[in-house]
Design a protein around this ligand. Sequence first.
Ligand SMILES: *[C@@H]1O[C@H](CO)[C@@H](O)[C@H](O)[C@H]1NC(C)=O
Ligand SMILES: *[C@@H]1O[C@H](CO)[C@@H](O)[C@H](O)[C@H]1NC(C)=O
Ligand SMILES: *[C@@H]1O[C@H](CO)[C@@H](O)[C@H](O)[C@H]1NC(C)=O
Ligand SMILES: *[C@@H]1O[C@H](CO)[C@@H](O)[C@H](O)[C@H]1NC(C)=O
Length: 408
Amino acid sequence: MTGIVGWYILIFLHFLENYQFVLAAGNGSVVVTFHNIHNILNSNELVLLSFYTDWCRFSQLLQPVFEEAATEIHREFPEPGRVVLGRVDCDEEEDVANRFDITKYPTLKVARNGFVANKEYRGQRSVQAFVKFVEKELSDPIKEFTSIRVLKRAEAGDGLVVGYFENKLHPEYDTYRRAASLLRYECRYMAGFGNFTINLRPPGKNLLIFRADASTANHRDYYSEYSGNMTDFKDVANWIEEKCKPLVRELTFDNAEEFSEEGLPFVILFYNKHDMGPIQEFKAVVQSVLAKEKRVNFLSANGKLFIHPLFHMGKTLNDLPLIAIDSFRHMYSFPRFEDIHQPGKLQEFINDLFSGKLHIDFHRALEENEVKKIDPEHFPPVAHESKFKELLPSKHRYTLINRTRDEL
Ligand SMILES: *[C@@H]1O[C@H](CO)[C@@H](O)[C@H](O)[C@H]1NC(C)=O
Ligand SMILES: *[C@@H]1O[C@H](CO)[C@@H](O)[C@H](O)[C@H]1NC(C)=O
Ligand SMILES: *[C@@H]1O[C@H](CO)[C@@H](O)[C@H](O)[C@H]1NC(C)=O
Ligand SMILES: *[C@@H]1O[C@H](CO)[C@@H](O)[C@H](O)[C@H]1NC(C)=O
């Protein structure tokens, strides 16, 4: 999996020939199979897919809710090609389930114009929540600006993509709109049309730019122009994803499951919300020397919200800021926050995780403690049981199935 969103591109070429709109027959959800999935995904702007099995009790609970939601959504968005709710019986459709790497039931995936986002629907399983979700997904993520003044006032903040177009009916705008819809949560989007943008784009052409507020130090680039093919959906979307992805993301209870399921060890800065300076320091270090480190997830976390893992490491709010790695097996704390400014220190700490050195040191410290009974003041050493593995998809919400996964 690459990037925060990433996607599967479904190429069932041999089904391309009998291409047609697939509509919800009646009002409920559509039965999705290996044979119709290509058509369904490609002929609808939005598809919400439920991967389930009949024997999973969470799937059983979801089923009537999903049907009622489908009816409700069908009533609200009856136009063909707009939105469909589909269900995949994973016992019947093993090929489809495998292709989507389903590891838990029910899994709710979101697809747009044939592209399936890695980001899943993880919200409440209620009719109202599904309807709200679909309404939001179908809303236009792009804000139109009608003067340069408005554009100038728009703050780039954590990332803004701006499009300058000859007119709104241009196919290149349609490509931008579809890509922005798929990546609606990753950035903010604006677009301007017509003559007043003429000095902002190459003569006779359209242009996409990305900008971020330099003071947030959380991206690889602060300014960038798209130089690829403006009608190539995949290219445009990849560019947006690459530019908008922040280097350090904020961990919350809402996104913890999703981040955990990405499978990369967490490098977390626990901060005190009364002292936000360390976040900027951390972001600046990641931006300047660790922007290419792809083996871990860099996160920041409000220590007050995540007090439990802190206690678990023998720390309190007074010990913040604190950096720790959670490998989903163990937690290791970085000895001194200030050392992030020493060249190579944080990288070395991460390398030590992957070489196994942190793990070995941990066991050595444990053994020495057995032998010498180290003064508890100087214990615990740097390692503890992982706390963040508890944030992985819960068996109280899903039936988890076995798939092997590399662990450290
Ligand atoms: C859809 O539901 C409505 C109201 O429940 C019903 O009147 C209508 O016949 C249904 N349409 C189909 C095609 O099943
Ligand atoms: C845009 O500018 C061109 C050339 O100056 C002019 O011919 C055209 O009418 C303008 N279009 C609009 C919508 O103002
Ligand atoms: C741009 O992308 C579109 C869609 O993929 C393709 O049809 C077109 O040939 C491409 N144009 C160029 C100049 O490569
Ligand atoms: C899951 O995998 C573990 C380890 O490979 C194995 O011991 C266990 O029996 C498996 N469980 C199921 C339900 O397949």
